[in-house]
Design a binder for this molecule. Sequence first.
Ligand code: KIV
Length: 272
Amino acid sequence: MSIHKKEHKKITTHVLAEMKSRGEKISMLTAYDFSIAKIVDDAGIDVILVGDSASNVMAGHETTLPITLDQMIYHASSVVRAVNRALVVVDLPFGSYQGNSKEALASTIRIMKESGAHAIKMEGGEEILESIRRILTAGVPVMGHLGLTPQSIYKFGTYTVRATEDAEAEKLINDAKLLEHAGCFALVLEKIPAHLAQKVAESIQIPVIGIGAGNGVDGQVLVVHDMLGITNEFSPRFLRRYLDLYQDIKGAVQQYVTDVKSKDFPNDKEQY
Ligand code: KIV
């Protein structure tokens, strides 16, 4: 008898590397809870990111800074329970790795042990290399994240496009190479010019997943609440909305309120 839940070709970091080498684009979405993660996984997504964007879309904070390691583990373990096929990657939240590499490893071990996720993601380049190396030494796959790194929003001051100036673009290319060399299995590039993202994707072997980074990279990621139109006030140019769930859910709730008030619900068939 198999101890595995279902037979699926599971997505691993090696599968992602193969996808890049044969030119197959990688699909990635965020999820933070069991029910959405189940739909997203059943739909055939390659990678699910338990992003620290949960701080915004689940908890209503203005930035990603307040979310805690315990809260990320709660979200990640809910997602892992739903997933059969996708690779589940979890963000190390702000404050759980910047102190030193031992702290970074301790936070990573908690995520891996307590949630059952498959990999972690962390924001930054050269300045977090020692932590990345220590985490990799423990056998945990690491995804990098460069460009707009929301945990540094108070350093940047705005959420506008990054690396439009030569010096920042050169640092980004250098950081991407350092992350690859250190052993990261993939890299997220957020909100940078498309030509720069393509240049990075062509100059490193690991998959590069873009958000607001154009079509010349190896895959795309969006925040699931944004692409489903649950969040209706956030409309950056890079976002394609596939549904308008804000309106659909609001309409359904309005109908329910009307049905309850008018005593239409429940009807004879909807009771015991
Ligand atoms: O937290 C998140 O959702 C992310 C994506 C925007 C890449 O890091």
